[in-house]
Each structure stands twice: as C-alpha cells, then as structure tokens.
Design a protein around this ligand. Structure first.
Ligand code: XIL
Length: 333
C-alpha cells in the first residue's frame, strides 16, 4: 500500500508555517512540505514590519515567493497577519500623529496588502493576539507601560479597532475568509471568555469574521481537558476553527541539560494524537478549517531562538526525519 501522509489522512486541510528561505533553498524542506501538507501560512513574510518597512513603501518579494510556490503546487494559502503588536517596523515605533493619522496608517496597510494578495490568499489572520493573558482586556500600552504586552494599535485607534480591521480587509478582498487569531484558549478562564465574547460580538454585529484561530503553542504538561472544552466552546460560536500554529514544547522549564529521551518523545507523540482526535471529535466537519503546525522540522522551530532554550516541538527532527510525534499526529487524523 502507498505510504500514508498527513494530508491524505486528514479530513481537513493540513497546513504548516513556511519560510521563503525553506521553500526556495532547502530540498529536504520542500520534500516534506510537498509530500505531507496542502496548506501553508507565511512564518513572517507577510507581517507588517516586512511588508511596509517604510511608510507607504511596500515589500512583497518574500511573501510573493511563498504565494507563488503555493499556487504552483496547489496549496491553500493562509495569510498571516495584518495587525500584530509584535511585528512593527521601526518607523511606526516613532510615528507621531493624531487619531486620524493613525487610522490612515492602519487602514492603508490593511487595504494595500489585502489588495495585493487578493485572489492568491484564501484567508487571513486579520488581528493577532489582541487580548491580554491576565485580565482578558484588550492590550493597551497605557495599561502596562513598558512591559512589552501592550499594543500601540489599541492605544491610538480606540477599542473598536479590531472590527474596523475586518471591515477594511473585507473591502479590499471580499472573498477572503477573515480570522481572529490568538493563543491561550486551552487555559480557559478570562482570556477564553474574552475571545469568545469578542468574536461572537463581531459576528452578531455583521462584521465580516469567518473564523477563530487557536494557535496551540502548548507543552507536554498542558491540561488536556482545557483543550477539549475550549474547542467545544469555540465551535459553539458557529465560526470556523483553525488550529493555526500547533507545536508541542518538551522543555517548558528551560532545563539546559535536557535530552530528548524516548519517554519525552512518546509523551509528545501521544499529545499530537490527542489533539488531532479531539479536533475531529469536538469541531463539526463543516467548521474545521484545518490543523497547521508552526513549521514542521525541529531545526526550523521558533521556540529555541525565541525562548532561548533547547526544544524539539515539531513532528520532524532536525534532519527532516519523522519523529514519534509525526506518527502520533498521523494516527489521530
Ligand atoms: C514567530 C515566527 O515564527 C518567527 O520567525 C518570528 O521571529 C516571530 O514570530 N505567534 C504568532 C506567530 O502568531 O506569528 C509567531 O511567529 C509565533 C507566535
């Protein structure tokens, strides 16, 4: 029999975050991607700091490389993202302007990028990570000055900026499916309540929102009951549910002497399986936008660099070989 693949096994699109460097320059990377996946998300190439490095000057070359590869190989292309408090070009950090000037920056960026990718990108994460972890309020730089959790967008644009981001994106690309994307749904509590209130409120007002992205940057100590209940509550909104950035850390405590033991490998594999099974069981088929891993090879994961620790969060090892995590995921699909 033919060898099983993730995309053949999954009853929904199977995605990965990808870099333009990986798809253009790395044959191992291309090989795994083309064999296993049928959806892709740009890892960083479509974020604000890359796409508008100077005000009014747009840079689409890295994103276009990904989009062209996606089209050539018939992948679904998911756009990521227009608005995120962590992807700001230098000019925006020092931008001086009144509320209308800020609104113009915000609107121009969303509408210009959405228009550029119209017809090539099936869906967008319109706003990413707008909600605080601790109290479910919108991030607002004034609330916690200097702690890195704030958002200049909320500060300058007022509380309804998220709705306007969706409206602007929709005006430029009426066919794109539009998502609100965030992390921490599996914790339950105030952050999940707040995300559900946000997306339900937008939907009720007729704002063009199609789905919610549950990033799923989790670790092996995750409370699995929290994942199940979050998926059920998200599905109950009636919106599409995308597991948009899945990876499973095995070293959340940042142990510098850790090795990736077979016990850890098996625990990680069981969790990958659980997530695929729970997604299928908890989200009705028509609302499953798919599962996307954040990259697929441990050597390309953002986690070791971002958190400065050893880790092995993905289904393929650093040599692009299948790990137990891969087989767990495959089994759960
Ligand atoms: C990460 C990318 O993988 C890195 O290359 C980049 O330096 C920082 O961002 N949540 C998100 C993603 O929504 O955009 C982040 O991606 C990972 C966390």
């Amino acid at each position: 029999p033919p060898v099983a693949t993730l995309k053949a096994a999954a009853p929904f699109p199977m995605g990965s975050a990808v870099t333009s460097n990986g798809i253009l320059n790395n044959y191992y990377y291309q090989g795994v991607l083309l064999t296993e996946y049928n959806s892709m998300t740009a890892d960083y190439e479509m974020k604000f700091d890359i796409t508008e490095p100077q005000q009014g000057t747009f840079n689409y070359a890295p994103g276009d490389a990904i989009v062209n590869f996606a089209a050539l190989h018939h992948f679904r292309m998911h756009g990521h993202n227009f608005i995120w408090h962590q992807a700001l070009p230098a000019w925006l950090l020092t931008f001086q302007g009144d509320a209308p000037a800020w609104e113009n920056v915000f609107k121009t960026h969303i509408q210009t990028e959405a228009a550029h990718y119209k017809g090539q990108v099936a869906s967008w994460d319109v706003v990413n990570e707008a909600i605080r972890d601790d109290n479910g309020q919108l991030r607002n730089e004034d609330a916690t000055p200097g702690d890195g959790t704030g958002s200049i967008w909320r500060r300058h644009l007022g509380p309804d900026y998220i709705a306007r981001a969706f409206v602007y994106a929709h005006q430029s690309d009426p066919n794109a499916l539009l998502f609100y994307n965030d992390y921490g749904q599996e914790w339950g509590g105030i952050k999940l309540d707040s995300m559900i209130a946000l997306v339900s409120g937008l939907k009720k007002r007729g704002i063009p929102i199609s789905g919610i992205g549950m990033q799923m940057h989790i670790d092996i100590n995750v409370d699995t009951a929290g994942i199940t209940s979050a998926l059920k509550r998200l599905a109950a909104t009636g919106l599409l549910v995308h597991l948009s950035e899945l990876d499973i850390s095995v070293n959340p405590g940042a142990d510098p002497n850790i090795t990736f033991t077979s016990a850890l490998q098996l625990k990680q594999a069981a969790l990958y399986q659980f997530i695929a099974e729970t997604y299928r069981a908890s989200v009705p088929a028509a609302q499953r936008y798919g599962i996307t891993t954040w990259e697929f090879c441990d050597a390309d994961s953002w986690i070791p660099a971002f958190f400065n620790r050893k880790d092995w969060p993905l289904p393929f090892d650093a040599a692009y070989k299948k790990k137990p995590a891969y087989f767990g995921l495959l089994k759960g699909l």
